[in-house]
Design a binder for this molecule. Structure first.
Ligand SMILES: Cc1ncc(COP(=O)(O)O)c(C=O)c1O
Length: 414
């Protein structure tokens, strides 16, 4: 399913009233449609999702849950939230869904609040190996309030070190185990993590922020049957508004709901919840399933293309929408490469690598696949990226070639 043109009427209103801000929005629209968005966490939402985000639901205060609000006048937004919950439950086969978390981090915070007490021990993928800030960073509430023990990935294979997970779980008896990553390109073995959690008497929290859209489209295995709580974002491959979501069984439903509101959040953002409902509706279609599978096919071709150009692709490839790679064999480190590529119109992130302290590159295919690009274009991108890093293609020439490519696949045609 490709997205169609964004509504112009609202842009005109803004241009008349606040040309200064309108210029900024237009500049960002121009940037997004003339460069390549290879950031693994980004995508282009549909105009329908954008319409819900820009709707009068943005005006409504709605603390609480449908049928039990702390404000009057919630009878319409209650219907929107019930619809979002019902669609999320159906899409992921979950007994309970909370669609109120304002972000992926808020969802993780609420999951911890539902299951843990400050000082509890939590086993999670270490940040240098691809864990998220909420998985124990000292700069984040998680590292400040809980005792995190880190497992890692194998330095050679880049694969999660299952032996280490099991050993650490036996040794530390964590209250919860977190599986999920910002940069792991392979499917996570949820059955393995369930088994280890059961042996240790721990809760299993799957932070599926990245792959949840692939799960929705049937292109990745679901953590729902295995995890006590699944946390997710709605804005990555899932292609919804920026936001979070929690899925769990009925027995944890009340604890999760109370952990979101009133424990960690205030009023629900009803425009975003409506936009989540729209995105869940889109994700339930055959067209979205086709999209999710194309995202993975594109990522595989991109990974193979980069490997053929001499970059070292972590784990030798990908099962998902993302891949990570070390550009060192091309004579450039990750940070320098990211800057050089940004100047050349190729927008992507740095990431940790399984070995050593050097930074690598993280790329994803969710956005370019929404634009309609396919395997042929992925080959072109791999060649261009390597050419820029080797210094064979000047930034200005690359920007021009990228602009031509992006213009042929506009994110919002029309
Ligand atoms: C695994 C994981 N957890 C949590 C988050 C946090 O999401 P947000 O940026 O919406 O807070 C991310 C974001 O990329 C993520 O990848």
């Amino acid at each position: 399913m490709s997205v169609t043109h964004a509504p112009a009427a609202d842009a005109d209103v803004l241009r008349r009233q606040d040309p200064e801000l309108a210029e900024i929005l237009l500049a960002e629209h121009h940037r997004q449609s003339t460069t390549l968005q290879l950031i693994a966490a980004e995508n282009f939402t549909s105009p329908a999702v954008l319409a819900a985000l820009g709707s009068p639901l943005a005006n409504k205060y709605a603390e609480g849950y449908p049928g039990a609000r702390h404000h009057g006048g919630c009878e319409i937004v209650d219907v929107a939230e019930r619809l979002a919950v019902q669609r999320a439950k159906a899409l992921f086969g979950a007994e309970h869904a909370n669609v109120q978390p304002h972000s992926g981090s808020s969802a993780v915070l609420a999951a911890y609040a539902a299951l843990l007490r400050p000082g509890d021990t939590v086993l999670a993928l270490g940040l240098p190996h691809g864990g998220h800030l909420t998985h124990g960073s000292p700069a984040n509430f998680s590292g400040r309030w809980f005792e995190f023990v880190a497992y890692g990935v194998d330095a050679e294979t880049g694969l999660m070190d299952h032996d280490q997970v099991r050993t650490l779980a036996r040794l530390h008896r964590p209250k919860a185990i977190v599986c999920g990553s910002i940069a792991y390109p392979r499917h996570i073995d949820h059955a393995f993590f369930r088994e280890v959690a059961d042996e240790a008497g721990a809760y299993l929290i799957a932070d599926a922020a990245h792959p949840i859209g692939l799960v929705a489209g049937g292109a990745a295995p679901s953590p729902v049957p295995y995890a006590d709580i699944v946390c997710a974002t709605t804005h990555k491959v899932l292609r919804g508004p920026r936001g979070g979501m929690i899925l769990c069984g009925s027995e944890l439903a009340e604890r999760v709901d109370r952990a979101v509101f009133p424990f960690t959040q205030g009023g629900a953002q009803m425009h975003t919840i409506a936009a989540k409902a729209v995105a869940f509706g889109e994700a339930a279609t055959d067209a979205f399933a086709g999209y999710a599978h194309r995202v993975v096919a594109n990522a595989r071709v991109l990974a193979a293309g980069l490997a053929a150009e001499g970059l070292v692709v972590t784990t030798g490839g990908t099962d998902t929408h993302l891949l990570t790679a070390d550009p060192a064999p091309l004579g450039v480190d990750g940070r320098t490469a990211r800057g050089r590529l940004a100047a050349a119109g190729l927008v992507l992130d740095c990431c940790a690598l399984p070995h050593g302290d050097a930074r690598g590159l993280r790329l994803g295919t969710a956005a370019v696949t929404t634009q309609g690009m396919g395997e042929g274009e992925m080959g072109t991108v791999a060649g261009l990226l390597a050419g820029v890093l080797r210094g064979e293609v000047e930034a200005a020439e690359s920007r021009e070639r990228v602009r031509d490519l992006a213009t042929a696949f506009p994110p919002y045609p029309g």
